[in-house]
Ligand binder design. Structure first.
Ligand code: DX5
Ligand code: ZN
Length: 223
């Protein structure tokens, strides 16, 4: 069975001076989700943007806003991201002591909940929360920056999680984030991923290349 593959462009690699147009352009180019990387300069060594930017982008597309929180603490900010227009809110278990409470808070705010695993975090970290999750995000770089190299050792974790999800029979997105390009996209898909986050590879070459870049990562066109 071939699983449909969703592409989630990370706007971290977009032109920040024209973010609305960039989001609209990747929407038209076939993006499934818009991946929004939130970095606080504390949980990760970089600062990106916050809920007010997401709120400003919300009118530019109807696509799913896939918000990846690389912040600590998380719970204090869930309501603000939900009100700004997040559809999925994903967090890292290392960000706080009460991961299950965070999942409950995300759902209470009307969003889907995702858990993100750093390269050093084992697949088993999802087990106690699996039935409450809508998405599992496997980091294939250490979080904090776009444009890093794909860590191939994480493919085994993707395969393990694919088996866990299939044996549950529940709809859970298995998303991969970091260093995705045309080559690593096919490795991640073969390992069982069904959502690919791609910043650098989506925005490479400017707007006239977005739809070709997205189609090629999805495996729709020959290289
Ligand atoms: C890294 C972020 C990623 C990043 C991906 O901390 O979570 O979403 O923007 O960028 P590329 O696709 O350039 O590796
Ligand atoms: Zn991300």
């Amino acid at each position: 069975m071939t699983r449909p593959v969703k592409i989630a462009p990370s706007i971290l690699a977009a032109d920040f001076a024209r973010l609305g147009e960039e989001v609209k352009a990747v929407d038209k180019a076939g993006a499934d989700y818009i991946h929004l990387d939130i970095m606080d300069g504390h949980f990760v060594p970089n600062i990106s943007f916050g809920p007010s930017v997401i709120k400003s982008l919300r009118p530019w597309t109807d696509k799913v806003f896939d918000v990846h929180l690389m912040i600590a603490p998380v719970d204090t900010y869930i309501e603000a991201f939900a009100e700004a227009g997040a559809d999925i809110i994903t967090f890292h278990p290392e960000a706080g002591p009460h991961a299950h409470r965070t999942v409950q808070a995300i759902k209470a705010n009307g969003c889907k909940a995702g858990l993100s695993l750093n390269p050093g975090t084992p697949a088993e970290a999802v087990d106690p929360l699996l039935q409450d999750l809508d998405l599992i995000l496997v980091m294939t770089v250490n979080p904090g920056f776009g444009g890093q190299r794909f860590i191939e050792s994480q493919l085994a974790k993707i395969s393990v999680l694919r088996e866990r999800i299939d044996s549950m029979g529940k709809e859970i997105d298995l998303e991969v984030d970091g260093g995705i390009n045309f080559e690593t996209a096919s490795l991640a898909i073969a390992a069982g991923a069904d959502v690919l986050v791609a910043g650098t590879a989506t925005f490479d070459g400017g707007p006239e290349h977005y739809s070709g870049n997205i189609a090629r990562m999805r495996g729709q066109t020959a290289g």
